[in-house]
Design a protein around this ligand. Structure first.
Ligand code: ADP
Length: 477
């Protein structure tokens, strides 16, 4: 099924602009032409009444009107028709037409209504017919000195001039309407193109991101607020996704390195054990001295394998967050004593003295006893491996603000500055240790994680040729 085709923003926007203009112009021209028609008819009415009033003023001097003396009236209305350009009818009170002067005329019914209106409506009567061929009519009574109505003056003008004004204005309105329509359509098109281009850029950037390119960023300059907000959110999402993706890749490759290193470390003791077993079965077991030597080596290799497996297990637990710490109050003296007891024999064999430096015997701290001892053993073991015979290793506890710092200080060869940051990496062994038979390079990596699980960090200071100090601080209870 093909995806449903939707109209583009450009089309929507252009249509919207055009519809808005059409509706606005229709309302505007409707209201304007109705208002204009009213105004024009009102103006024509006022104008006509003024004509009628002026004529009434003049004819009042001719009262009373008698049918045999209408010469003066005749002259007056002729003169007025020329001045005002309006048709004039003068009626007697009973409706008899006494005189008239006009070019065209409205229907007799309209004139009759005007006569009647002038008679009964005070002070004047008007009517307007704003249609093609229509008339504006006004009538006023001629009132004698006694106050009685002696005649009616009717004036009438065609509304054609008003209609022409109305038509001219309507014509201009139409022209304005079409020009506005074209401009609105063009503006809608240009504006929607402006927005559409940015939205297309967004969809292209999103497609690029879906294809794994997290470097794409959207421009945020000169765009409407909503597009700006969208671009900012998109950019921050892209950078966070990029970081997360990079971290994921980094952790995946770290995981692969870890598995490769672990397999490599296991292969060495297994190969040694296999070799010895082959030699034993090939007849070496018959020589008791060789056999005992092989059995000792096998025991060493098995221990090494056991330690490695146990270290890997600890790291796996730390990685999975399943290593539970049992944090309780500990005596610093007790922890350091424990370490010296375990390491005593090893130190004696290496000809190295183990000193405990504990200025305050009452120092207490919060930590998981077994894990803290494990870290200190790891530090001491490393120190014993590197310190020269006849030197001293100091196990120190000192009180700092709110914490107790535990340290192992040796007089060994120290660690080169460029190696210092790497000694906590998994399977990292310094140049000198790489070839030896020491650990697998996991001791400090595990120590680091255990200390960090306690909410602390390992501090290391080392000067090549002048020894190293490994330590960490734990909070006091
Ligand atoms: P290993 O278990 O192989 O000793 P570690 O993780 O404990 O591995 O130590 C990593 C490396 O750091 C070691 O190979 C060693 O070279 C170096 N190192 C650790 N402690 C010391 C020290 N006190 N003096 C000199 N080098 C040290």
């Amino acid at each position: 099924m093909s995806p449903r085709k939707r109209a583009s923003i450009r089309l929507w926007q252009t249509e919207l602009f055009v519809v808005v203009i059409v509706v606005a112009m229709l309302i505007l021209s409707g209201a304007l032409s109705a208002g204009l028609k009213d105004t024009l008819s009102e103006m024509a009415r006022t104008h006509e009444i003024r004509n009628a009033a002026a004529l009434v003023q003049r004819l009042t001097m001719r009262l009373p009107l008698t049918s045999d003396d209408l010469g003066g009236v005749r002259r007056d209305i002729d003169e007025y028709r020329i001045i005002y350009g309006t048709g004039i009818w003068v009626y007697a009170r009973d409706g008899e037409l006494l005189e008239s002067s006009h070019d065209g005329k409205p229907s007799d019914a309209v004139l009759h209504a005007a006569w009647r209106g002038g008679l009964v409506e005070s002070p004047s009567y008007t009517s307007v017919d704003m249609r093609e061929g229509g008339w504006v009519v006004a009538s006023k009574p001629l009132i004698g000195t006694s106050g009685s109505v002696l005649g009616i003056v009717v004036t009438a003008s065609p509304v054609d001039s008003s209609l022409r004004i109305l038509d001219a204005i309507r014509y201009r309105l139409w022209v304005t309407f079409w020009i506005s329509l074209i401009i609105a359509g063009m503006l809608g098109f240009v504006f929607s193109e402006f927005i559409g281009r940015r939205i297309r850029a967004m969809s292209e950037a999103a497609a690029a991101m879906a294809a794994g390119d997290f470097q794409q960023r959207l421009p945020t300059g000169f765009v409407p607020d909503e597009v700006y907000d969208l671009a900012v959110s998109y950019n921050s999402m892209a950078s966070r996704l990029g970081e997360a993706f990079a971290a994921l890749q980094e952790s995946e490759s770290a995981q692969r390195r870890f598995v490769a290193d672990a397999s490599h470390e296991m292969r060495t003791p297994i190969a040694a054990l296999k070799g010895i077993l082959e030699l034993l079965t090939d007849g070496a077991q018959d020589d008791p001295e060789v056999r005992d030597d092989f059995i000792r080596t096998m025991s060493v290799e098995t221990d090494r394998l056991g330690r490695l497996v146990s270290d890997l297990l600890t790291l796996a637990q730390l990685d999975a967050g399943s290593l539970r710490l049992e944090v309780t109050v500990q005596w610093a003296a007790d922890l350091l004593d424990n370490v010296t007891q375990v390491m005593h024999a090893l130190a004696e064999r290496a000809g190295i003295a183990l000193d405990v430096d504990l200025p305050d015997g009452d120092l207490q701290l919060l930590g998981d006893r077994d894990r803290v001892i494990q870290v200190l053993l790891s530090f001491t073991d490393n120190a014993l491996k590197h310190a020269p015979a006849g030197s001293r290793i100091r196990l120190r506890a000192r009180s700092t603000d709110g914490t107790v710092t535990l340290e192992v200080v040796d007089d060994g060869p120290g660690i080169k500055t460029d190696e210092l940051s790497r000694v906590f990496e998994r399977f990292y062994r310094s140049g000198t240790a790489r070839t030896g038979t020491g650990g697998a390079g996991l001791g400090l990596a595990i120590a680091k994680e255990i200390v960090e699980a306690h909410g602390s960090t390992i501090e290391v200071r080392s000067t090549p040729g002048a020894g190293s100090t490994f330590g960490f601080a734990l909070t006091k209870p």
